[in-house]
Design a protein around this ligand. Structure first.
Ligand code: DGT
Ligand code: CA
Ligand code: CA
Length: 576
């Protein structure tokens, strides 16, 4: 039981409550707990196991007494009696329907009640037979959306957001590293390339005793099924995810690391380059005829085909081989290049921590600034702030900045808002107010179903406002749950370039929006990116940013492409 397993249980409770039409505040409390737990760095199991009870848990922001009691129960028994009870009330297939993008619990409850639909297949049949459009509140359009959602669901299933797979892979790697005969353990595959979603976990090991590794791997705490067990490779289901392992001899370590990191397309290109030089390149090494030349280090693979080392994040055959050949590989941004975070929430809206707490956490990350960005008033559900609260917040920011200055701390809180771009294209605050704010972040939060042209124009109209500095999570996607709204991304890039608007790379691992491909497009257009945590508490600010940086690297970005690598003065000059 690690934190994300506990978070998953709270999400399931929230799902079922939602389908049952339970009190939305209660649903939200469970969701909030799940999000908190997911990104928490303290290990809940260890807290409970060393005797920390409900009281200690409630000191974690976002965790109330009810949730804390359930955490204790989950750690001690491995399950939640609340969830077990709820599961008896609602068929599990119905809960699965929630994974269909665009299909909410209220609609699910309705189609179940009125048509007796439980499964994805039944839903698809009913939609095709136009049975759904006969229900009140649903029309032909909703029916088409549901069909589109179902095909998306079918493509999605099997892949999970990287933040769900990485902790599992790290657990596996940690256990294997502790074995006597193991020398190296690498988390390979799409995880090492930091893809936004992961199909399966790939672990590569060098060890003197392959059998010991196979024994340990197939009997790990968390293995639900052993799919295949061999002498040097095995495959298991680990907490619902597929995980593969390969053991290779030390002399093959580099070649195997390269091979199992992929991507497949990249590997194929490298192997072709090798063939042209009369070399055979595979997971065991680099060979000329029968003779093994090298392969102990990953660099050997690249060197043998005359290339410099290519970082894993670039290995997609998106032009990295040509760039390496011509000496034009970008110097990729690194996490330590970041000097601030331009999108964090505070307890003035839906954040959990005060501005001061967020600022102190940022200082401990060696940041030089943060932009306290609370939601604007129309995003009611997120406790958006009105003009009056904004003034009060401004006073507090000024006071804190004065204190930093007096204490000789080179840190500054910027005032910001995440202002809603409404469906009629207007912004949720008047220009008079926006003018006074250091960083204006605009974003779409509602009416996500407008057509492509309208959505594009809606975002463009915000960028054309001289007060708007940044567009947050530009495509609105939530991995595995919500498709990006349709956008003419090239138009968006053009206007961003022409208006000097920065586009956000939202680092939250459920968003990663802009995605890697769009980051690369932005770079080609000369559009600047802000890598932002969108954190709602101090732990998130620290924990999610690595996913954003990795995605930026996959999008070929250098530090100079990212505005929050700049000093505060430089930054303020760049923003509009
Ligand atoms: P995933 O699991 O879908 O997120 O993506 P990957 O890239 O982890 O793919 P996976 O797990 O099927 O395979 C892991 C790596 O093994 C892959 O990135 C490259 C290598 N690999 C797999 N199959 C082949 C192949 O047929 N040819 C070559 N050259 N490499 C392969
Ligand atoms: Ca994989
Ligand atoms: Ca695999």
């Amino acid at each position: 039981m690690i934190n994300i397993d506990i978070a998953k249980i709270f999400d399931e409770i929230a799902d079922i409550l939602e389908i049952k039409g339970d009190n939305p505040f209660r649903v939200r409390a469970y969701r909030r707990a799940a999000r908190t737990i997911e990104t928490l760095t303290q290990d809940l199991r260890s807290i409970v196991e060393r005797g920390g009870g409900v009281y200690e848990l409630t000191r974690i922001p976002g965790i109330g007494e009810g949730i804390a009691k359930k955490i204790v129960e989950i750690v001690k028994t491995g399950k939640s009696s609340k969830l077990e009870e709820l599961k008896k009330e609602v068929p599990p297939e119905l809960v699965e329907l929630l994974k269909i993008p665009g299909l909410g619990p209220k609609t699910i409850a309705k189609i179940h009640r009125e048509l007796g639909i439980c499964t994805v297949d039944e839903l698809e049949e009913a939609a095709k037979a136009h049975k759904l459009s006969k229900l009140s509140g649903l029309g032909r359009k909703a029916e088409e959306n549901i069909l589109r959602g179902i095909s998306q669901y079918r493509r999605n299933t099997g892949r999970v957001p990287i933040a769900r797979a990485l902790p599992y892979a790290e657990m596996i790697a940690k256990t294997l590293k502790s074995l006597k005969s193991v020398r190296n353990v690498v988390i390979a595959g799409s995880l090492r390339r930091w893809k936004d979603t992961i199909g399966d976990i790939d672990i590569l090991v060098t060890a003197d005793d392959a059998e010991e590794v196979m024994d340990a791997f197939t009997s790990l705490d968390g293995v639900e099924e052993v799919i295949a067990r061999g002498d040097t490779r095995s495959s298991v289901i680990f907490r619902g995810m597929n995980a593969d392992i390969r053991v290779v001899p030390s002399e093959s370590f580099g070649a195997a690391t390269h091979y199992f990191t992929g991507s497949k397309q990249h590997n194929i290109r490298i192997r072709e380059l090798g063939m042209r030089k009369g070399l055979k390149i595979n997971e065991y090494g680099i060979f000329r005829g029968e003779r093994r030349l090298c392969g102990e280090r990953e660099e050997d693979v690249f060197r043998s085909v005359g290339l410099p080392y290519i970082p894993p994040e670039l290995r997609e055959d998106w032009g990295e081989i040509e760039a390496a050949q011509s000496g034009n590989l970008p110097k990729l941004i690194e996490i330590n290049d970041l000097r601030g975070d331009l999108h964090v929430h505070t307890d003035y809206s839906d954040g959990k921590n005060s501005i001061e707490e967020m600022a102190n956490a940022a200082i401990s990350l060696n940041y030089e600034y943060i932009a306290a960005a609370d939601h604007s008033k129309s995003v009611g559900i997120a406790g958006g702030i009105d003009e009056k609260k904004l003034k009060k917040r401004q006073k507090e920011i000024e006071r804190l900045n004065r204190e930093f200055e007096h204490a000789g701390i080179a840190f500054r809180i910027l005032s910001a808002v995440e202002v809603d771009i409404k469906s009629d294209f207007s912004l949720d605050f008047d220009d008079e107010i926006l003018k006074e704010i250091d960083v204006v972040i605009a974003a779409v939060h509602s009416k996500l179903n407008q057509d492509r042209k309208t959505m594009t124009d809606r975002i463009i109209s915000a960028m054309e406002n001289p007060n708007v500095d940044i567009i947050a999570h530009p495509t609105g996607r939530i991995l595995g749950r919500r498709e990006p709204y349709p956008l003419d991304m090239e138009r968006v890039m053009e206007v961003a370039r022409d208006t000097g608007t920065v586009l956000e790379l939202n680092a939250h691992p459920d968003r990663l929006d802009l995605c890697d491909v769009h980051c690369k497009l932005a770079k080609d257009f000369g559009v600047s990116i802000a890598i932002s945590s969108d954190a709602h508490d101090v732990t998130q600010m620290r924990d999610v940013i690595k996913y954003g940086v990795a995605t930026a690297r996959r999008g070929w970005l250098s530090a100079s492409d990212v505005v929050n690598t700049r000093s505060i003065d430089n930054l303020l000059r760049i923003l509009k």
